[in-house]
Ligand binder design. Structure first.
Ligand SMILES: [Zn+2]
Length: 140
């Protein structure tokens, strides 16, 4: 199911031309090309890591994938589910972890939908779910 999530994207004229050309070649829509590009895209590491905000000296943060254990109350039941593979930055010195705020807001929304999904379908809750699995579940 495709929900109308509107995203304003800045593109150069050249990028826009390429997008139209790629969509025309396969006679699909611009949205379809972008949706598939998102699924297939492999992110690169940031060229310059951030610095730990807790240190007096410059300590570069390291990119990590964080597993977040979440306790969810659904009616009278408590579920523990670990969302795996959340991209974050961690200080190798003091252990401070910084998350992307936009991503965490999206995860909160996804968590609500996930609760609905498992409750409505009466399905067995998994102990762990990756962001990719969560994304597939949302589009189920
Ligand atoms: Zn630190």
């Amino acid at each position: 199911m495709v929900r109308d999530n509107m995203l304003r994207v800045r593109m150069t004229d050249g990028e826009m031309l390429l997008l139209h050309a790629k969509a025309a070649r396969e006679r699909s829509s611009l949205s379809e090309v972008i949706r598939r590009a998102v699924v297939e895209y492999e992110p690169m590491l940031p060229p310059k890591p951030g610095l730990c905000p807790e240190e007096d000296e410059d300590v570069p943060m390291e990119s990590i994938l964080y597993d977040d254990v979440r306790e969810l109350e659904v009616g009278d039941e408590k579920h523990t589910i670990t969302i795996t593979g959340i991209p974050a930055e961690k200080c190798p010195k003091c252990g401070t972890i910084i998350f992307d705020l936009d991503l965490m807001a999206e995860l909160e929304k996804a968590e609500l939908r996930m609760v609905n999904y498992f409750t409505r379908k009466g399905k067995e809750w998994p102990e762990k779910i990756s962001i990719e699995e969560l994304a597939r579940l949302l589009d189920h």
